[in-house]
Design a protein around this ligand. Sequence first.
Ligand code: EPZ
Length: 419
Amino acid sequence: MGVSMYIVEGGRTLQGEVRVQGSKNSALPILAASLLCRGESVLFNCPRLSDVEASLTILRYIGCTARREGDVLIVDTESVTRSEIPSSLMHKMRSSIIFLGAMIARFDRVRMSFPGGCELGPRPIDLHLSALREMGVEICEDHGELDCRVNDVLHGANIALTIPSVGATENIMIAAATAEGTTIISNAAREPEITDLADYLNACGAKISGAGESTVIIDGVRHLSPASHAIIPDRIVAATLMSAAAVTGSDIRFKSIIPSHLESIIPVFRECGCEIESEGEGIVFRSPYRLTGPKLIRTMPYPGFPTDAQAPMMSVASVANGMTVFVENMFESRYSHVSELCRFGADIRVEGRVAVVDGVRRLLSAHVHARDLRGAAALVVAALCARGTSEVEGIEYLERGYEDLELVLSSLGADIKKL
Ligand code: EPZ
C-alpha cells in the first residue's frame, strides 16, 4: 500500500448528522471467536477496515470463507485446513494474537509467530500465555515462534490478571468457552467490547456471566453453533468525531452511539464547554466558540478515560484556553503525535508519561506525518481546525480503524481529500 495522505482545508465549521461505524475492537475478537463454531456466522455493522481485512485474510488462510453483503459480513468456519498463522500475516496486525485462544480451542495444536511490537512500544503477551498454560496449553517459544499444543485437555482455571488486559481477557474467554469445566477471570478488563464478545459467544451457546465486570465466569460447553450478531458502535470513533466538532466550533448530531460507553469522555467535553444532550438513540453535540481546556486527563482501564481517545483529545486541548496535563498510564510511548501537533503551532511538552499542553488561540496549517492509528486521527482533527491547507501523511495507519473518514467528514462539510 503506497503512502497516502489527506489534504485538508481547515478552519471550516461542520454541521449535520453522522452515523458512527461498528467497533473495530469488537469486530476483531468476534471474528477470531467465530472459529469456535462450524458454519456461517452473520455479523451486522461490521466496519470496513484494513484490520478487519487482515483478520479475514487469516480466517481464509486457515480455510474459512468470508463475504460481505453491504455492511453485513458472513463468515463460514465449517471447513478449516490449516492450524498455523504465518509471520507475514501475524505482523500485518499486532492484535492477531487474539486468534490464539480460538485456534487452540479448535485445533489442539497451533503455530504462530510472536506478534510484532507496534508504534505504541513493545506489546507483551505474557498474561495471554500464562493464562493459557494454566488451562492446559503447552506453549514453547522459540525463535519468535509460538508452538502451542494441548496434550491432555483444554480445561477451565481460576485466572487472576495482574493487569486488566483487554486482549488477555478476550483470549481467555474464547479459549474457556468450550474448555472442560469452569474458568473464573479475576481483574478482567471491563471494556464494552468484552461484553459484546460475550454477547456473541452466548448467542452461539456459550455460558459466560459477568462480562463487563471485574470477575467473569465461563462455564465450558461442548459445542457452539454459529449465530448472528450486531457489533456495537465504535466509542473511540465517536470520541474522535466529537473532537473534530469541538475544535471547529460545530454542532453535530450523532446517531447510533451508546452514551453509556462514553461515560468517561462526555464529561471531559462538557468541561471544555461543549453541550451534549441525549436525543432518541443518539446525541446532539454543541461546541462553544472558545474551548476551555480540561485540567487533567489520566488514561485508565475502562470505565476510566480510554488511552485510545488521548491523542484526539490532545488536539482539543491544543486550542483550548488554559493548561491541560495528560498522563498516559496504559502505553509507554503513545505521544508520537505531539511533535506533529507542535508543527501546527501547538504548545506541548512531554516528560515521560506526562504531556503538558498550553492551549493556543489557533493552529496554523502544516505538513505532518502520522505514526500510529490514533495519532493519525489527532492530526486530522488538528488539520480541520488549522486555517489553510494542511497535509497529513500516513493515512494507512488511519485506515486500520476509521472507515472512510474523509467521506464521513466531507458529509459534515469538511474540505478533505485523499491523495
Ligand atoms: C486493546 O489492546 C486495544 N486493541 C487497544 O486499541 C487499546 O489501546 C488497549 O486494548 C487498551 O484499551 C484491540 O482491542 C484490538 P491491553 P490490547 O492488553 O489488548 C500490557 C486501538 O487504538 N500488557 O489491555 O493489546 C500492555 O503492554 C488499539 O484501537 C502486558 O503487560 O491492550 C499495556 O501496557 C491500540 N502483558 C496494558 O497491558 C500482556 O500480556 C494494556 O494492554 C498484555 C498486556
